[in-house]
Design a protein around this ligand. Structure first.
Ligand SMILES: CSCCC(=O)C(=O)COP(=O)(O)O
Ligand SMILES: [Mg+2]
Length: 242
């Protein structure tokens, strides 16, 4: 194993689930919280314009699922609560849907603010953020979770508020994490060449897309991760050597 990986990258772009944060926290805490709270949240916030926009997106996704012949729970009328069975289904199937992720971010906000939620990060994350920043690197996030959810996760973490180390956030509004075009757009938005960016993720399809776009890549093999096969990408099990 080299002493340090990709020390020549100016920008470090990080996935969240399976890279900075245990998969267990997302599946065992965040998703059940959203499942439990979605009904009361929609009853209270169904008139908010942001929530209405999320529901409209979800309704379009539902229509596309039905057209494709997928077996999905019925969305029976135009009331906000009629969306609940479909939302439960999407959460249970871990659909990386922009509408769902946006809604989840809004639901998690109250949990973070009242102290019910505190996000978990791997123990080396804070030290690496401090070190990379000292070295003059800039840190960005690219996650399927909404930008709002990403900011909350790093603000209300068990290691404290780490948002001061992050220069920006990208979610699937930029595009799918499995499409090379999304990584080109990110490089363009940051104003740097793709090859100056190191992307770290636990999902090889995401690394392949970043690689096609010309980014440097590392496969994150963290405790509790589901994918163990790096498919030839260089592997790290912590940020200590990056
Ligand atoms: C931003 S916290 C919520 C994480 C989430 O909802 C998710 O789908 C994680 O996806 P990632 O792309 O970070 O693996
Ligand atoms: Mg991930």
């Amino acid at each position: 194993m080299p002493d340090r990986y990709s020390a020549r990258a100016d920008i470090i772009l990080l996935d969240i689930e399976g890279t900075t944060t245990p998969i267990d926290y997302v599946f065992g805490v965040l998703f059940p919280f959203a499942q439990k709270q979605v009904e009361s949240f929609l009853q209270t916030h169904d008139r908010d314009s942001g929530v209405q926009a999320d529901l409209k997106r979800l309704q379009q996704e539902y229509a596309a699922d039905v057209t494709q012949g997928l077996t999905v729970p019925a969305w029976v009328d135009d009331s906000a609560t009629a969306a609940i069975p479909y939302i439960h289904y999407l959460i249970a199937s871990d659909r990386k849907s922009t509408g769902l992720k946006s809604l989840q971010g809004k639901i998690w906000e109250s949990g973070y603010r009242d102290g019910t939620l505190r996000s978990q990060l791997f123990p080396d994350v804070k030290l690496a953020f401090e070190r990379w920043t000292r070295e003059g690197k800039r840190l960005y996030i690219f996650s399927s979770g909404s930008v709002q959810a990403q900011k909350l996760l790093f603000q209300y973490s068990e290691a404290g508020d780490l948002t001061q180390y992050l220069s920006g956030y990208f979610d699937t509004e930029t595009g799918s994490k499995k499409e090379a075009e999304s990584y080109r757009k990110i490089a363009q938005a940051i104003g740097i060449l793709p090859r100056q960016i190191l992307f770290i993720s636990d999902v090889t399809a995401e690394l392949k897309a970043a690689d096609v776009a010309g980014m440097q890549t590392l496969f994150s093999l963290r405790l509790g991760n589901r994918t163990l096969d790096s498919e030839g990408f260089s592997v790290i099990d912590s940020f200590d050597n990056v």
